[in-house]
Design a protein around this ligand. Structure first.
Ligand code: NAD
Ligand code: ZN
Length: 353
């Protein structure tokens, strides 16, 4: 028996897809694979989006697709070429990998290659009891690390990649727009990399409270009535100067505008949030003040360091887990994320210490 959480195209219903738990065959492994019993799986906004909208940009759910890409598990079988893992090892799963050793992969930027990626059509995700994955993209976790923390490495990796691309260092002042899971992990990483002050904005007061709990120095509860210039001014007042780095984690056009106005001349704006294809931006303002605008796409080379950061206590992700469900209650878990309750919803398959 292998319960699996699947989205299927649905016509003329409230949501573009049906979300169902289906019994799938236990996967047969190849020589380079491991078979895993699932530990924990976090639910991501994109999983919910495939359910409710049936697509993200050009990635369309045409065939039934298993959801889930933030996961950990226990090795229960290893293919004959597998050297890095043994049966019984507990692992964090990196859900995306390059399919060819192309120029990007050769430079270590394999996130820019043509990739397999869990729960991005047409690739199935890993929210199922028994799941196979390439052993090379599974990382053994230490005894003191829970399955839940191991699953959290996926969203944490987005924060690590964004902060690395921003070159955050000692004494930096940082603005983060949006206090969802991605804004909050960016906060944790920015602090760990030495940022002195991190100011966070959101419209949702509960999420701002969470930001303070996670180490934000200041927050601003923004409203739709405020203009980006006004918000940028409040940011400057609160920080006692413009932040040299802004990490945009909402995808909202107005927040990208705020990010440009708010960032110090010569500083850097990171685009993590993904919103609409076209945006209207004060681009001359950015140009004449040499505010660099940088893209962020997922991550690369983050799992080993994320394991060190979490297991050494340098970063605490546990406060971000606000809801926990068993696999049989997966649909309730998705409802919770869809309603925007809490921060990270986890599905627990194997018990944690
Ligand atoms: P989320 O929806 O949980 O969080 C977004 C937060 O932004 C919410 O708390 C919301 O209240 C806030 N917000 C929305 N509009 C705002 C506004 N105008 N001003 C201030 N706050 C506002 O999403 P998440 O899971 O944290 O992800 C954040 C973004 O990052 C999404 O756009 C997602 O698609 C993107 N993302 C990008 C990558 C990447 O590789 N670049 C990876 C993961 C997620
Ligand atoms: Zn995700």
């Amino acid at each position: 028996e292998n319960p699996s959480v699947v989205v299927k195209k649905a016509e003329g219903k409230e949501f573009s897809c049906d979300l169902v738990i289906e019994d799938r065959p236990v996967p047969e492994i190849d020589d380079d694979d491991v078979l895993l019993e699932k530990g924990s799986v976090g639910i991501c906004g994109s999983d919910v989006h495939y359910w409710t909208h049936g697509r993200i940009g050009d990635f369309i759910v045409n065939e039934p697709m298993i959801l889930g890409h933030e996961a950990s598990g226990k090795v229960i079988k290893a293919g004959k070429n597998v050297k890095n893992l043994q049966v019984g090892d507990r692992v964090a799963i990196e859900p995306g990998y390059n399919l060819e050793a192309d120029d990007y992969a050769k430079k270590g930027r394999y996130n820019l290659s043509d990739v397999f990626f869990c729960a991005t059509p047409p690739d199935d995700g890993c929210l199922m009891k028994y799941y196979k994955h390439k052993a090379n993209w599974c990382y053994k976790i230490p005894e003191n690390m829970s399955y839940e923390e191991a699953a959290f490495i996926e969203p944490l990796s987005v924060g690590i990649h964004a902060c690395r691309r921003a070159n955050i260092t000692l004494g930096d002042t940082v603005l983060i727009t949006g206090c969802g899971p991605i804004g909050l992990v960016s906060l944790l990483v920015a602090r760990a990399m030495g940022a002195s002050k991190v100011l966070m904005t959101d419209m949702n007061g509960e999420r701002l409270k969470k930001a303070i709990e996670c180490g934000a120095s200041e927050t601003i509860q923004v409203t739709r009535e405020q203009t980006p210039e006004q918000i940028a001014e409040i940011v400057e007042e609160k920080l006692g100067g413009k932040p040299n780095i802004t990490i945009e984690c909402t995808g909202a056009e107005s927040c990208i505008q705020t990010g440009i106005y708010a960032t110090k001349s010569g500083g850097c704006l990171l685009l993590v949030g993904l919103g609409k294809e076209m945006a209207n931006l004060p681009i001359v303002n950015a140009a004449v003040r040499e505010v660099d605008i940088r893209g962020v796409f997922r991550y690369c080379n983050t799992w080993p360091i994320a394991i060190n950061m979490i297991s050494s206590g340098q970063i605490h992700v546990k406060p971000l887990v606000t809801h926990r469900f068993e696999l049989k209650d997966a649909l309730k878990a998705f409802e919770t994320t869809r309603r925007g309750e809490g921060v990270k919803v986890m599905i627990k398959c194997l018990p944690d210490m």
